[in-house]
Each structure stands twice: as C-alpha cells, then as structure tokens.
Design a binder for this molecule. Structure first.
Ligand SMILES: Nc1nc2c(c(=O)[nH]1)N[C@H]1C(S)=C(S)[C@@H](COP(=O)(O)OP(=O)(O)OC[C@H]3O[C@@H](n4cnc5c(N)ncnc54)[C@H](O)[C@@H]3O)O[C@H]1N2
Ligand code: MOO
Length: 671
C-alpha cells in the first residue's frame, strides 16, 4: 500500500497568497509518479508562514505514533532552509527529532552539489519524529525536487524502518487517539504534548500519559505530559488559532471602544454643508472695506435660509452659523464699533468696521467641505475605535447610518475549585470556613475584559467536577467565542480542565505549559467549532499575568487590532509575530530599584510600575510590589507593566538598577 505523505510548504509569501506554491505540487508529482504510483500517496499538503511554532505544530500533527497509526509515514518540508533570519524550518524541526538521519541529509546535499554549488547554502536536514521520516529541503521548486530525487531509492526502506520501530516514544499512544492527517489541519486531540523535551531542566520535560478522567489518583501522571514551550511560540499559536471575528453593520450608538472598522468609512456629505463663520462678528462684502454699514440681518446658529447680503450691508453672524449668500468675509466683533442702535438701545442699526480690521475675501469663513469633503474617507478599515473619543466623534459627522466593524469576541469567564467562594454574588460569606478562599480571579479578569471592550458572560464559580465543568464550558461556547477559566490545570488529582477540554469537548490543546514564571501551566485550546478555551492557572497572579500575556493579544487579534498595520493577511495569518507591537505593546525601559536575582530556568514576568521620566526623557520601570509570589494578588496592585526578565546565567545572574528591560504594557503608564 502506498505510504501517506505530508508536504508542508513554508513561505510567508505563499501563505499570504502573494506567490503561488510551486514546490509543494512538484514534490507531490515527483513522489506520486515514482514507482508508477505504488510507493507514495500525498495525504496532506499545507502552506504555513515562516513560523517555527506553526511548522512544529503541523509536522507533529502529521507524524505517527507507531505502526498502523494511520498518520504520514513521510513528511517533506520545503522552504525556510536558507540562511536568512526568517528561515526557521530546521530550527523548528530538529528539536522534534527522536533520531537524526544525518546521512540521509548528506546524501541529498552531495547529490545536489553535483548540480549546483548553491546547494552548499541550504540547511537540508532529515530525522525521525515519532514513527515518521521528516525531511527539510529548499523552498525553490528545482531545489526541492533535486534533493528528494537523490534519496528516492532509499526512502521506502527508511520509512519502513521508522514505522516498525515507532520512534523512541509512541507519540499518540497516550490517549489512543490515532493521528489523522486531515487536509493539512491538525486533528483534534493532537496538541503540544507529544513532543520530546525541549525545556531547560530534565524534570520539567514532558512525560507520562495524557491526563484522563477516570482511573483514580494512584494512576495519575507524575510528570506533566505537556511540552513546556517558549512564550513566543505560545503567543504565535494563540494568534494563529484565534480567529478574526466577522464584520457586522452597527449604528453609531452601538460602537464601543476597542472595536475595529472592517471597511473604509466615506463622508456622505460635506462638513460644513454651508459656508460657516469661524467667529462671532459680521458678514461683509470684503471689497466694501472699513466704514459704517447698516446691520440688515442676523444669522444665528440654526437651520433655515439666509437673506442674501448686498454690497454696503453687513449681517450679524454667530460662530458656526451660515454666512449669507453675497458675503465673502467675516469681521470679528472685536474689530467693530456700534455706530447706531434702536431707541431702546437693544438692537444694532449700524456698525463701524474699524480701520485695520482684517477683511480679506474668505476671511473667517469655512467654505463648504472645508473640514471634510463629501466622498473623503473619514476613517480607514483597521481603525481602532478608542476611548479618547476621536473616532466615534469623526464617524458621527460622516452622515452614515451604520458602520461596518468586526464583532467583539464575547468571552465567558469561570473560576473553578471546590475551595473557591463567590465574591460577585448577592451574598458573599461574612467569614470563610477553614480551607475556603475568596474568588479574586473572576472579578479581576472581568475587569480586564471590560477594559478591552469585550462583552463578558459571568459563569460564576464551578466545582471541581468534570461533568459540571464540561457542561458549563459547552453551554458558554454556544454563544461565546471563547471561555477563560482559572484553576485546575496543574498536576493535582482534581485538575480536570485539560482532560475535560480534550475528552469531553473534543478540543485540541495547542499548549499546556509555557516556559515562564509565573503562569507555567497556562493552557490554550480550540474546540471543533473554532472557539477557544484559555484554561489559566488558579494562582491569582499567574491567572492575571497569563491573561495579559496571551488572552488579551488573542482577543485584540479577534477584534481586528492587527488590521491597523494595513495588511490583514500579513499580520493575521502569515506572520502573527509581526502584529505583536499592536497586539501586545511593549517599550524598552530603564529598570530602577534593588538588584533582582534571575530565575535560572524560566524567564520571569515581574509586575512593574512604568512611568515616563520627564527629566531624562525615557521610560523607567520599577517593581510594583516587592513580594512577587504568584498566590499574592496584592502584587498586581499598581502594576501597569510586566517586566520581562531573561533566564539567569552564571555570566548574568542578576539585573541591576540601570539595566534596560522590556516592559509589556498592561495598563496606562504613569506620567
Ligand atoms: N506538582 C506540581 N504542582 C504544581 C505545579 C507543578 O508543576 N507541579 N505547578 C504550580 C504552578 S506554577 C501553578 S501556577 C499552580 C496552578 O495550579 P492550578 O491551575 O491547577 O490551580 P489550582 O490548583 O486550582 O489553584 C492554585 C491556587 O490558586 C488558588 N485559586 C484557585 N482559583 C482561585 C480563585 N478564583 N481566586 C483566588 N485563588 C484561587 C487555589 O486555592 C490554589 O491556592 O499549580 C502549582 N502546583
Ligand atoms: O507558574 Mo505558577 O504560575 O509560578 O505560580
């Protein structure tokens, strides 16, 4: 039987649709035409951008766990093997290899060098992932085909051997879920956990079976089965899997800060729609010049026709009121004197335009369309509606009845845990029984969601019961784009969230641990309907830090904030990392304060107070609270930034005052 093959094209341009993928089809032809079609059958073909996380995720999803797993026996990755900074294919693949097939790679290179010396410039590699042979070849059609041609004779044997051995570890054996190469998409249940260890400390590596919903505590995993992935890779996975919300038409009254325009908005009319006075004064015929003139009319603000002005007359006008036809300038009241009034003394009969008054034609008049002309674009697609008011104000002038905006993602929020008592309900307990705690996660997350402008559904506190948890999440996903939970994601016997998401909801866990402090067990999944689940750690600081690090950027992407960059495809699909400046803004800041000892294993995100130093004209960040334990919500007080600390080394064990650090902005900086 022909061996199923996955072909993955790695190219920013192809994934944006700016270039056609010619290598993928050429490789498919080469393999399927070899041996008269007997050896290879392409089961999955996909294009991804040059993102290490997406490459690794796709290859893992296609790789089999053992004989009969039904996954690809061979995966060929084409592209991203050059020597430029964006070429990350080899870096993405090699950590996945359970066996290196160095000689196979050498055979490709040696054969290709006979054709062109340029073959020396690509990083061709080969190895085994699970029970699948994986090759990385150059991105050009010619290079890709020529490399694979060199080893066509030995490939069937290599693939047979890898399948029989099943790799060093049966990647999918844990939950018995067969790998399924499905048109290039990762199959449900194929998440981050199946990889080999990519972390810094042996005891932090993944191991043990996937957590199950039965079997008793004695059988639980004693090592987390989830690979601990870098923060950047986790972010890329979030941005790749959280979908941009569809656009809808809403009236002005329903626009909210945080929403993003999905279409350019054009002016339906001129503003102003009539020649308007800029000053309180007198409309005049400029050529009349200074002198005494009868006040023949008054134009206060308001709708209605205005009597035309004749030379030798003036008309009183208010700021913003129409300038009568015939007038071509407005003289401000300060440049006039009363010359005659009615007997009662309350109405002007004549005024003197003083010598020296400014009365050039057009003076103090905003002509029709002066602010914005009919047809002009008042706001471009991608514009974020801000709480500063400018966008809503400008749109209000446009004469449109409705505006096309991306829907805001509605998010359901749930705290989990038998020990957690509700703090938002009508009757929080006056005193806590022994072992109970007050819910501070849900209130904090609801506040943070409100600041983003996301509608939230409060799911309350749910007990540590898989059926209750699954029911509550399933119910919420019927109406919401995502659910954020806290608690129950670590190694405890009642930490149900991960198995509930995978086994009850059929979800795919894209990552279940992140190499960071705090928030290590942060979990991100999507369910078959496309909605997301962020299962955040229960420790309050860990929950809120994970929200700002991953959930908020994901929600901004869903709302369309990356469209501000101008190229939806580039930012959203092809290169999620490029959008980070908008989706998770940060600044370089000078750290001030007592020396901090760096964690030797995980990069740390310390709660910081970020302020603009007016004297030195630079950002300065201090630690918001000295006691940074992840249980201590109080350490988030006053925090408007997360200070990114690198992993410590012998050469750099601490950071001292004056060091430059990245401050991730989570609230308005102080000025
Ligand atoms: N054996 C291991 N234990 C733990 C690990 C580990 O790797 N191996 N990781 C630790 C880390 S790091 C974190 S973070 C926590 C995360 O645990 P869970 O997400 O499973 O959360 P819980 O166990 O349910 O709760 C942890 C902690 O937080 C309190 N909590 C929970 N919900 C709330 C809430 N809504 N408001 C206030 N406080 C809450 C809860 O009572 C616990 O004290 O796991 C470590 N353990
Ligand atoms: O990672 Mo946990 O979030 O340190 O407390």
């Amino acid at each position: 039987m022909a061996v199923p093959v996955g072909i993955l094209t790695v190219s920013d341009k192809c994934s944006r649709g700016e270039a056609a993928d010619t290598s993928g089809p050429a490789l498919q032809r080469l393999l399927e035409e070899a041996d008269g079609g007997a050896s290879w059958a392409v089961a999955a073909r996909q294009v991804v951008p040059d993102s290490a996380a997406l490459i690794a995720e796709t290859v893992r999803a296609w790789c089999g766990g053992g004989p009969g797993a039904g996954a690809c026996g061979l995966v060929v990755v084409t592209g991203g093997t050059g020597i430029s900074a964006s070429d990350v294919t080899v870096q993405a693949l090699e950590p996945l290899f359970t066996k290196r097939l160095g000689a196979l790679a050498t055979a490709m290179v040696v054969g290709s060098l006979r054709i062109t010396p340029l073959a020396a410039l690509s990083q061709v590699t080969a190895g085994v992932v699970g029970s699948t042979v994986v090759l990385a070849v150059p991105g050009s059609r010619k290079g890709a085909v020529e490399n694979v041609q060199q080893i066509l004779g030995v490939l069937p044997h290599a693939v047979d051997t890898a399948r029989a051995v099943g790799g060093t570890r049966a990647l999918h054996a844990a939950d018995g879920a067969p790998a399924r190469p499905a048109g290039g998409a990762a199959a449900p249940g194929q998440g981050q956990r199946r990889a080999v260890c990519g972390c810094a400390r042996p005891d932090e590596g993944p191991g043990g079976p996937a957590p199950g919903l039965g079997g008793g505590v004695a059988r639980r995993a004693r090592r987390s089965p989830y690979e601990m992935i870098p923060v950047q890779a986790a972010l890329e996975l979030v941005l790749a899997h959280v979908a941009l919300q569809p656009a809808e038409e809403v009236p002005l009254a329903q626009l909210r800060a945080g929403q993003v325009l999905a279409a350019d908005v054009a002016m339906q009319e001129d503003v102003p729609g009539y020649p308007a006075s800029v000053m309180d004064g007198y409309a005049v015929v400029a050529a009349d010049g200074p002198g005494v003139y009868p006040v023949c009319a008054a134009s206060a603000a308001g709708a209605g026709e205005r009597r035309p002005l004749r030379p030798g007359e003036v008309a009183r006008v208010a700021t913003g009121a129409p300038v009568p036809p015939g007038a071509d300038a407005v003289v401000m009241v300060e440049d006039t004197e009363l010359a005659a009034s009615t007997q009662a003394g309350d109405e002007e009969l004549r005024v003197r335009i003083l010598d020296g008054a400014q009365i050039a034609p057009g003076q103090n008049i905003r002509p029709v369309g002066f602010d914005l002309e009919r047809g002009a674009v008042v706001a471009r697609a991608g514009t974020v509606i801000t709480a500063a008011g400018g966008e809503i104000g400008a749109l209000a002038t446009s004469g449109n009845r409705a505006f096309r905006v991306h829907r805001m993602p509605a998010v359901a929020v749930m705290s989990t845990g038998d020990e957690v008592t509700d703090t938002l309900g009508a009757d929080p307990p006056a005193a806590l029984p022994f072992g109970a705690i007050r819910d501070c996660n849900r209130p904090a997350l609801l506040a943070a969601l409100a600041a983003l402008g996301c509608p939230a559904v409060d799911l309350g506190v749910v007990r540590d019961d898989p059926e209750l948890l699954a029911g509550a999440i399933r119910g919420a996903l019927a109406t919401c784009q995502g659910v954020v939970t806290t608690g129950g994601v670590s190694m405890g016997e009642r930490d149900w969230l991960k198995p509930v998401v995978e086994q009850r909801l059929g979800g795919t866990i894209h990552f279940g641990r992140v190499a960071m402090k705090p928030s290590k067990p942060t979990t991100f999944a999507t369910v078959p309907g496309g909605q997301f689940v962020f299962a955040l750690p229960g420790n309050p600081v860990s929950a809120l830090v994970a929200f700002h690090m991953f959930v908020a950027p994901g929600l901004r992407k869903a709302a369309g904030h990356h469209l501000l960059l101008g190229s939806a495809a580039a930012a959203a699909a092809a290169d999620p990392a490029a959008a980070l400046g908008v989706l998770r803004p940060s600044v370089d800041a000078v750290f001030e304060g007592a020396e901090i000892a760096l964690d030797r294993v995980r990069p740390e995100y310390v709660r910081g107070a970020l302020a603009w130093d007016h004297a030195a004209a630079r950002w300065v960040v201090r630690v918001a609270d000295r006691r940074q334990q992840s249980s201590r919500m109080a350490s988030m007080r006053g925090a408007n930034a997360l200070v990114s600390l690198p992993v410590g080394t012998d050469a750099r064990p601490t950071v001292a005052s004056g060091s430059r650090l990245t401050a991730i902005i989570i609230g308005a900086p102080h000025f």
